[in-house]
Design a protein around this ligand. Structure first.
Ligand SMILES: [Zn+2]
Length: 278
């Protein structure tokens, strides 16, 4: 993947009188974004992605992207794909009969392909804690896991309702409530968008050299039709909350004129790949 090496210069002119005018040059940090494939998911019963019969008898191929964001103050990984046990030739048919899943390669090999190592990460965050987003999370034990407090309580600890043993290996935890500006400069911002899970979140990234900021959806939407239909998966934590998050997401995306990337969409993966190669 071609690295983006542009520096963004934001120039603003302040002052009222001509003679008082000063030119202030704000140097934006050089933020780079890389996407990697953490798995492929064949959905054999697409109806689970709606509250009604919209998708009955349909199938759909999902991708399962995860992301590396490089900032001068440190690197952050967003999401963690499927578990490495699923690096196999033939997709695994999981017991519910809904999904056939596999992962193309290990984290170490995939990071190597873009010039990174496991120990290069200061921060780690996930859109949410479902199985297809926590796969290699255990490798991030030296990074600081940034997580919504309610999501943390739902997956870690004795009283957790959806206990996740992979996440229990993470010891450096920063619990947040609501939005979080990771580097305090507005370039990488976690946005709280609950409903898919109790503490689901999406990620806003201002990538150097791209005309528009990138907005990674997590699993707020799984495919393009559901963004149009406002389809809410049958397994979501809260339907009303999901719909409210979708509304908030669309307002934010419009306000920022963002490039929306649906993380499970192969179409969106290709779109972002082209943008990052420019
Ligand atoms: Zn997912």
């Amino acid at each position: 993947m071609k690295k983006v090496l542009f520096l963004l210069l934001a120039i603003s002119i302040i002052g009222c009188k001509k003679s008082d005018r000063k030119v202030v040059v704000v140097l934006k940090p050089e933020v780079k974004l890389y996407q990697l494939v953490g798995g492929s998911i064949l959905v054999k019963k697409l109806e689970v992605f709606s509250q009604d019969t919209t998708y009955t008898s349909q199938k759909k191929q999902f991708t399962n992207a995860y992301y590396v964001i490089s900032h001068p103050k440190g690197n952050i990984m967003w999401d963690a794909g499927l578990p490495e046990e699923l690096v196999m030739e033939t997709p695994f048919d999981e017991p519910s009969g809904v999904y056939a899943v596999k992962r193309p390669d290990s984290l170490v090999n995939q990071l190597k392909s873009i010039g990174f190592k496991v120990e290069d990460f200061k921060y780690f965050a996930m859109s949410h804690s479902h199985f297809d987003h926590t796969g290699h999370a255990n490798y991030m034990k030296d990074a600081t896991w940034i997580v919504q407090e309610n999501e943390y309580n739902s997956v870690v600890g004795d009283s957790a309702t959806d206990r996740n043993s992979v996440l229990e290996t993470l010891r450096n935890v920063k619990k947040i409530t609501g939005d979080h500006d990771v580097f305090d400069d507005g370039t990488v911002v976690i946005k709280y968008m609950p409903g898919h899970t109790i503490g689901h979140q999406v990620l806003y990234v201002e990538v150097a050299g791209l005309k528009k900021p990138v907005l990674l959806t997590g699993d707020l939407y799984h495919f393009e039709e559901n963004r149009i239909n406002k389809g809410v998966p049958s397994f979501n934590y809260d339907v009303k909350q999901t719909l409210e998050s979708m509304d908030a997401f669309e307002v934010f995306a419009k306000e920022k004129n963002a490039e929306v990337i649906i993380q499970h969409s192969p179409v969106a993966f290709e779109k972002l790949e082209k943008l990052l190669k420019k």
